[in-house]
Design a protein. Structure first.
Length: 241
């Protein structure tokens, strides 16, 4: 049920997804993603599996980062459950040197069942603003553990809980009133953005999701996550040892 709902929501918003991300976060999502890649600090030749890769923000930043390190061997496999979202990513990279060099591939697939990917295949697994839309987040993390090589790293960037009560009240007002109105005005789709806001509230808070990651076999350092912008979003990280 949730899977088909999510597929429909992202089919509706695919063409306006990047514009709405800028509007909803006032452009701050770009800083979050830049920090996410710097925190990853991938090794030369790393193979990245970018799940719920959407329009390719994480993939592009990863490859640009690697190019800046003089690495021309790293590659990305982008996976998304929604064909329209993945098509946006394919269009984005069609004229790129990375596509010409065969460093990007695309597959429509469900994060909860990556049956088309062998065990121990990737150095890094990322899922950015996607896991809250999955029916069973623990299955997503379990699959991530399976497809990562020993020593591989799971990284998740996701909306989270603002703990300060005053800031939380302001954030709720922005989320429940401003964002749906933006969706109506910019994307002509209020309902999809109402769903996206509700999905943030239903996702486990930072400490609970960090425990889910450990329960699926990953080793975390410290508490396992880093809050950004007062906890509006969090970066979760775990290693497969």
């Amino acid at each position: 049920m949730k899977e088909s709902l999510v597929r429909n929501v992202f089919s509706n918003v695919a063409s306006s997804y990047d514009i709405m991300n800028d509007a909803m976060s006032m452009g701050v999502h770009r800083l979050w993603k830049d920090h996410f890649i710097r925190k990853m600090n991938p090794t030369p030749g790393a193979k990245l599996l970018d799940v719920a890769g959407g329009t390719g923000d994480i993939t592009q930043r990863f490859l640009e980062f690697q190019d800046q390190q003089g690495d021309s061997a790293s590659s990305v496999h982008m996976v998304d459950i929604n064909p329209e979202m993945l098509q946006e990513g394919e269009r984005r990279f069609a004229p790129s040197r990375w596509q010409a060099d065969g460093r990007i591939s695309f597959t429509v697939g469900n994060a909860e069942n990556l049956e088309f990917i062998p065990d121990n295949s990737f150095d890094v697994y990322t899922i950015a603003f996607g896991i809250r839309n999955c029916t069973h987040p623990e299955k997503v993390v379990r699959e991530a553990y399976r497809v990562l090589k020993p020593g591989g790293r799971f990284m998740c960037l996701e909306f989270s809980r603002v703990e300060n009560p005053l800031l939380a009240a302001v954030y709720d007002m922005h989320s429940f009133y401003v964002i749906p109105k933006m969706g109506e005005l910019i994307a002509n789709d209020r309902a999809s953005y109402e769903y996206l806001v509700e999905s943030i509230r239903k996702f486990p808070p930072q400490n609970e999701f960090a425990q889910i990651i450990r329960d699926q076999g990953f080793t975390t350092i410290g508490k396992g996550y880093e809050n950004l912008t007062f906890g509006t979003v969090a970066i979760h990280s775990g290693y497969k040892f």
